[in-house]
Design a protein around this ligand. Structure first.
Ligand code: XIL
Length: 370
């Protein structure tokens, strides 16, 4: 286990929470500005990747800006300089990859993988079996069980096989439990029509298509020890006992300041590690209430920095947690305002690409760990 401590400079970023004497001590330390030329990826300890979602598809299609990944050069530059891992925000989901039952549209996914190779970045594949963002032809196709199995098998073999050796981790199954820890037998077409056994098959097919890829369960609201993370714990134990190639468990980590920080995060990751799994934080953002488009207060920015730093620390403290990915930047490209009414400000970059206290907190936490 790597144990890390917050450096004085992180504490500077969080000064609002410090007693005066500690804040004065922090003032004697180098200001975070001294590190302004250090990228997050360069500050990370060896073997630890710091990722971002690649903005495109999904909610972006309803916005009036050009595709961020291809049309915003400043965005593209920062994506390459700051991050050592990329996740497709939408470009590898079924609705993007599968215009029809017989067709695959790989251009956008290929572009991300090629860019990652040019920039020496890992890629996380997201996602193969999910209840959301599936094409209409699939959801409304009235397929037989046999046909559905064949459709999923073909998809996994084709997609995972195409990027074999190039995609390091796949979110094979995404969000298969609800918050009560019940399998999504209603809205997940695969589980509803084929039963829970299809989940193990999905992992087997993915492993056969790329034996080098690490295969994950991924979900939100599983940061703490709770009914939902318990359900994953039990299921992965069963699957591992059956010899199913499950390699990792990841917590999306979409946090909101209106709820307390999930203080059981490290303990929760550790119990999955004890099963022999890798762990990761895959979609980190920290939203805040900004009614009527209000600007964040200093306090909100400090609290946000604290949440980001604590999430990163929890991962750094668990030896098999080698990957921490933020769910996009800057705020203007974030999915949050489209999904959570009255909330926003969730990323570590302002819209002009200057950095927030949360960015400094990540940087200093990485430097302290390195
Ligand atoms: C979100 C994207 O960020 C949006 O662009 C899209 O409109 C909806 O999906 N959990 C996941 C991600 O696993 O795929 C979701 O991404 C956010 C929640």
């Amino acid at each position: 286990m790597r144990q890390i401590r917050l450096s004085a400079a992180v504490l500077t970023a969080l000064a609002l929470t410090l007693p005066a004497s500690a804040a004065a001590a922090a003032d004697d330390q180098p200001a975070t500005g001294l590190h302004q030329n250090t990228a997050l990826r360069d500050a990370a300890p060896s073997g630890f990747v710091i990722g971002s979602a690649v903005a495109g598809g999904g909610h972006h299609q309803d916005e009036d800006y050009p595709d961020p990944f291809t049309g915003d050069q400043e965005y593209r530059r920062i994506l390459g300089e700051e991050f050592s891992s990329l996740s497709a925000e939408n470009q590898m989901k079924w609705d993007h990859l599968r215009p029809s039952r017989d067709g695959y549209a790989f251009d956008d996914a290929d572009a991300i993988v090629a860019y990652a190779q040019d920039n020496g970045q890992d890629v996380r594949g997201h996602t193969l079996l999910w209840h959301s963002q599936n094409p209409d032809w699939l959801e409304n196709g009235n397929f037989s069980q046999e046909e559905l199995r064949e459709i999923l098998r073909d998809h996994i073999e084709t997609v995972v096989g195409r990027y074999a050796g190039q995609i390091h981790q796949w979110d094979v199954a995404n969000e298969i439990f609800d918050d009560g820890g019940n399998l999504r037998t209603g809205d997940n077409i695969w589980i509803r029509e084929l039963g829970v056994g299809i989940v193990g098959d999905a992992f087997r097919w993915a492993h056969a298509a790329d034996p080098s890829a690490e295969l994950y369960f991924n979900d939100y609201n599983v940061e703490d020890v709770n009914a939902k993370s318990d359900a994953y714990y039990e299921l992965t134990r069963e699957l591992l006992a059956e010899g199913v190639p499950v390699h990792g468990f990841s917590a999306q980590t979409h946090l909101s300041l209106q709820y307390g920080f999930p203080s059981g995060l490290q303990t929760n990751l550790e119990r999955f590690e004890a099963l022999g799994l890798s762990t990761a934080l895959t979609e980190v953002d920290v939203r805040m209430q900004l009614p009527g488009g209000a600007e964040p207060t200093e306090q909100q920015l400090a609290d946000q920095a604290d949440y980001y730093a604590r999430a990163l620390e929890a991962c750094l403290n668990v030896s098999g947690c080698d990957s921490f990915t933020v769910w996009g930047f800057p705020d203007k490209y974030s999915w949050v305002p489209n999904t959570f009414e009255g909330e926003g400000g969730a990323t570590v970059y302002w819209d002009d690409y200057t950095t927030k206290p949360a960015y400094d907190a990540l940087l200093e936490t990485l430097l302290a760990a390195g």
